[in-house]
Every structure is written in C-alpha cells, then in structure tokens.
Design a protein around this ligand. Structure first.
Ligand SMILES: CC(=O)N[C@H]1[C@@H](OP(=O)(O)OP(=O)(O)OC[C@H]2O[C@@H](n3ccc(=O)[nH]c3=O)[C@H](O)[C@@H]2O)O[C@H](CO)[C@@H](O)[C@@H]1O[C@H](C)C(=O)N[C@@H](C)C(=O)N[C@H](CCC(=O)N[C@@H](CCC[C@@H](N)C(=O)O)C(=O)O)C(=O)O
Ligand SMILES: Nc1ncnc2c1ncn2[C@@H]1O[C@H](COP(=O)(O)OP(=O)(O)OP(=O)(O)O)[C@@H](O)[C@H]1O
Ligand SMILES: C[C@@H](N)C(=O)N[C@H](C)C(=O)O
Length: 458
C-alpha cells in the first residue's frame, strides 16, 4: 500500500494514539499474525475461534509496526510499538479502508452477483492487466473484513482496482460500496444463493441493486441480458448502463463453440471489429462472465484485440470448472461451492461436452447449503434436471438424498452414498477411460475429498 503515517491514520479513523515512536510509516495492514509482513499495522479482530487481541506480542515479534486495538493489553508498555485505540477494531479497519480509498485517484470496479463474482473478477483483472496495473481481490476475500483488506492492498502504482463484494444477508452490500466507492459496477446475476437469509429472489435482487444505486452518474453499470432481473437493476441506477449477452447486449458472443478444452466465440462490441476469443474453460455461464469483463475493459478504453488477449490468458481460481485428466478420464473440479443456479450451469456444461464410443457423463453432487425452506424442492429439482440430461447421477452425503430422489424418479442411472469414501470407491470401479466426471457441492460438502480419493492427481 501507499505508506501512511500513524498520526495521519489516527486522525482519519478517530483513534487515540497510545505510546511513543509514532513517526513510523505503515506499509501494509494485516488481521492475521500467521501471515503478517514487516512494516504492517496489525488489526486485532474478534472472530468465532480467537480474539486477535491475544496475539499482539506475536504480531510485534513478526514485524508489526503498530497495533489497531479496541482494548489495551496488560503488556502494552513492553510491546514497544504504538497502539491505535478505537471503540471497535473491525469498524476501525473499515474506516481506515474507506479513508485510504478516498486518497486513491483510481478507477474502481465493484463486482457482485449470486454466481460468478470470483470468475468475473479473474476475467476482468486478466483483461485489464493487458493495459493497466491492477489490484484485484485475492481469492474471494469479499466480505466486511476481506473487502477492506483488498482496498488496503492497493499499491501507489496501481491504476485500476477490481474488488468483489459478497453478501449473505440483507444490508451488507451498501456498506461495502460505501468503503469501495466503485465507479464501475458489475452485477453478474440474481440467483438463489443464500436465499435462506434473503427470503426471496426479489430480496436478493434488492440487495444486489445496492451496487447499482451506489454508482455515480458518470459511472457505468454492467449487467447481463440473460438475468431476469436485468431491468430491475437498470431502473435502480443513474449511471450509464452496458448490457452484455447474446440477445440484446451491446457486448456479445457470436459463433459460440464449446468443446472439451474450452469455449471460443467472436467477441462483438457495437461499432468495433470483432475478435476471436478462446477461453480455456468450457461453460456458457463462463462465457457470460467473460463478456462482463470485456465490457469493463471497453469502458476503460481498451481495444477489442487487447480485451480478447486478456480473456485468452485468464486462469480461473481453483475449484471453478478446473479440468484435469486422470487415467484417461476427464475430471471437472467445480467443487468450490454450489447453489441451484450454479449446479444447473454445471449440468449444462457437462451435457455440452462431447463423449464418444459409449462413454458416459457422470455428475457427482453433494448438498447445497443456505437454501432454508427451499432446500428439499431445490435438491429434488437439480437431481431431476441431471437425470433429464441423461447424466449418471451420484449423490453424496445424507443431505444430498433428495438429489438422488429427484434423479431416480426419472432414471435408473442414479446412485446415492452417505459416506464420501463409499462414493469414491464406486467411482473408481465404475469410471472408464473416455468418461467425463464433474464434481460439485457446497463448501461444507467438501466434494474435493471424494474427487481426490477417486482421482488422485500426481
Ligand atoms: C476474522 C478472520 O479474518 N478470520 C479468518 C481466520 O479465522 P480463525 O479461525 O483463525 O479465527 P477467528 O476468525 O476467530 O480469528 C480472530 C482473529 O484472530 C486472528 N488470529 C488468529 C489466530 C492466530 O494465530 N493469529 C491471529 O492473528 C485471525 O486472523 C482473526 O483476525 O482464519 C481463517 C483461515 O484462514 C479464515 O477463514 C477466517 O476468515 C473469515 C471467515 C473471514 O471472514 N475472512 C475474510 C477476510 C474474508 O473475506 N473471507 C472470505 C470469505 C468470504 C465469504 O464467505 N463471502 C460470502 C459472503 C459473505 C457475507 C458475510 N455476511 C460473511 O458472513 O462473511 C460469499 O458468498 O461470497 C474467504 O475466506 O474466502
Ligand atoms: N454466471 C454464472 N452462473 C451460474 N454459475 C456460475 C456462474 N459463474 C460461475 N458459476 C459457478 O459458480 C461457482 C462459483 O463460482 P465463483 O467463485 O466465480 O462465484 P462467486 O459468486 O464468487 O462465489 P462465492 O459467492 O461463493 O464467492 C462455480 O461452480 C462456477 O462454475
Ligand atoms: C463459500 C461461500 N461463500 C458460499 O458460497 N457458500 C455456499 C452456501 C456454498 O458453500 O455453496
């Protein structure tokens, strides 16, 4: 980050400065002593497992220059680093990030949506890196702690920031927008993820619309035509709007071809000469995500050729449709998470992949979390959908039983296992060279364990 003086930080966030040697400069902010670097400000947070205030000595030992705390430790005299004392250290971190953002004369792209935030961030940052210095969210550090840390990781030399904004409850996106002040907003879609807490898709749309509302009049909202809430989102912004997608978008994919190694299409942007794009990932939903990224690049003045080069170079974060081959069997690792929309997208992706000589398409599904009262119906529905596409369905875990029930109402090509090890054993004996197997489930289903057991990667 841009070096900041401790006294400036104190006045910006309304902290009491305790201790001497306050002329030091802060070059990074960390909430974790296990990954803290020299010259950092350590922010002590209280979490589910620990209280960061118990690690202040460790923080200093690991090179912290200053501590942001909401309670003074007994050993404060011995620590020999200044303390920024606030009422609430999490709020202090958020205020610091907001102040730092306002110091930066920089373009900020905020990305939210029920599905595809991280993948769209990956596409967008790869596109923008063709022309700019970019700070992008690491992994998916996108919540009330992760977003401030992403903001504070911006270097003086960065020209564009691409930050994800995640939520699972109403009212979470607006404060993230307040910190990040995005001038370009991407809303990937409005789906069903986290519907347990949001109540309805309308509730989810309303929450995502907070990003549309937060954009300035000279900003840009980028949305996808295939989202059924697209007009709802557009009505809630005063910014310029760019719609992407095949039916009505000004940024479109034409002549789309999906094959085992990826997706290729002509990137068509209104008024420009098209360029061919070769994504190294299959999946129509990933093409949609890439169009959102293309629109962001175009908004920031990039040429279609530059955008195409950036899309072609994109490496997605692991667990998002990652493909590998094990003993001649193509394995697709989509294990990062799952909800009804992303499972439907995965089923479509697997169905689109060609198989030859009687080979099979096999979908291995774990449970989908945070669906509340919709859980049974949605598990039944994805099981039925997979069966209707003639996939071999493997449901794993007791909470995935309804997937099996939905599938077996349509097909006899469905099996169910309570234990991951039993599922892995079955897959080892069932799968043959040339088959294609896709793994997916919610984070808590940890379907990577079944995948790694059945198809070890050397
Ligand atoms: C607070 C924190 O960052 N915790 C991380 C930490 O957890 P840990 O198990 O160590 O315990 P505590 O949280 O209790 O620790 C308290 C503090 O103590 C520090 N500490 C601990 C031990 C030690 O030896 N030294 C220490 O300094 C510790 O660092 C804490 O500051 O580590 C875990 C393992 O790495 C992390 O998983 C844990 O991270 C939490 C979950 C977190 O919120 N991290 C953010 C930086 C983040 O952005 N994480 C994202 C998750 C994003 C996400 O789930 N997004 C959702 C929407 C979110 C909505 C929001 N309402 C929400 O609930 O968060 C989406 O759908 O997109 C990520 O990890 O990918
Ligand atoms: N546009 C999309 N529509 C449906 N599913 C998608 C879409 N984009 C990505 N996915 C799928 O959703 C899963 C998560 O992808 P990704 O991490 O990009 O989304 P995310 O919104 O960042 O997730 P999270 O909110 O959990 O961080 C992957 O399985 C991916 O294949
Ligand atoms: C991983 C977390 N951000 C998430 O998406 N959770 C859902 C409910 C999941 O694990 O599938």
């Amino acid at each position: 980050m841009k070096p900041l003086s401790i006294t400036d930080i104190a006045s910006a966030i309304g902290a009491e400065l305790v201790g001497t040697d306050t002329g030091r400069l802060i070059r990074a902010v960390s909430t974790d002593t296990r990954s803290l670097g020299e010259g950092s400000l350590f922010v002590a947070l209280r979490g589910d497992n620990f209280d960061g205030h118990h690690f202040v000595s460790k923080a200093v030992e690991n090179g912290a220059e200053c501590l942001l705390l909401d309670a003074l430790p007994e050993e404060v005299e011995d620590l020999k680093v200044p303390v920024l004392l606030v009422k609430n250290s999490l709020y202090g971190l958020q205020r610091l990030a907001k102040w730092y953002r306002d110091l930066l004369d920089i373009n900020v792209i905020g990305i939210t949506g029920s599905n595809g935030k991280t993948s769209t961030k990956d596409f967008t940052s790869s596109v923008l890196r063709q022309k700019f210095q970019v700070n992008a969210t690491k992994g998916n550090l996108n919540n009330h702690i992760g977003l401030p840390l992403s903001v504070l990781a911006t270097k003086e030399t960065d020209q564009v920031c691409v930050w994800e904004m995640g939520m699972n409850h109403a009212g979470e996106i607006a404060p993230l927008c307040d910190i990040a002040s995005p001038d370009i907003g991407i809303i990937t879609n409005v789906g069903t993820a986290h519907i347990e807490h949001l109540g309805s898709r309308e509730g989810i749309a309303e929450e995502k619309a907070s990003l549309a509302r937060a954009l300035p009049e000279n900003g840009t909202l980028i949305v996808t035509a295939s989202c059924d809430f697209v007009d709802y989102l557009i009505e809630r912004t005063t910014a310029k709007v760019v719609v992407t997608g095949n039916c009505r978008g000004s940024v479109r994919a034409e002549n789309l071809q999906i094959n085992e190694s990826g997706s290729s299409f002509d990137l068509c942007i209104e008024g420009e000469v098209p360029a061919r794009v070769e994504l190294n990932v299959s999946g129509r939903h990933m093409v949609n995500n890439s169009l959102l990224a293309a629109a962001a690049g175009f908004t920031l003045g990039m040429t279609v050729e530059e955008i195409a080069a950036g899309l072609n170079a994109t490496q997605l974060t692991t667990g998002r449709l990652r493909r590998f081959v094990s003993n001649g069997i193509t394995v697709i690792d989509d294990t990062y998470n799952a909800n009804p929309d992303s499972v439907a997208a995965a089923i479509e992706t697997l169905t689109d992949l060609p198989v030859h000589n009687g080979n099979r398409r096999i979908v291995v599904l774990g449970m989908m979390a945070e669906l509340g009262v919709h859980a049974d119906a949605e598990h039944l529905r994805v099981g039925q959908l997979a069966a209707e596409k003639d996939l071999q369905v493997v449901a794993v875990g007791a909470k995935a039983a309804k997937i099996y029930e939905g599938a077996s109402a349509v097909t006899d090509k469905a099996v169910s296992f309570d234990e991951p090890v039993a599922a892995a054993e079955w897959l080892k004996s069932f799968c043959k060279e040339g088959d294609r197997v896709l793994f997916k489930g919610s984070r808590m289903a940890a379907m990577e364990n079944v995948m790694n057991e059945a198809f070890p990667q050397t």
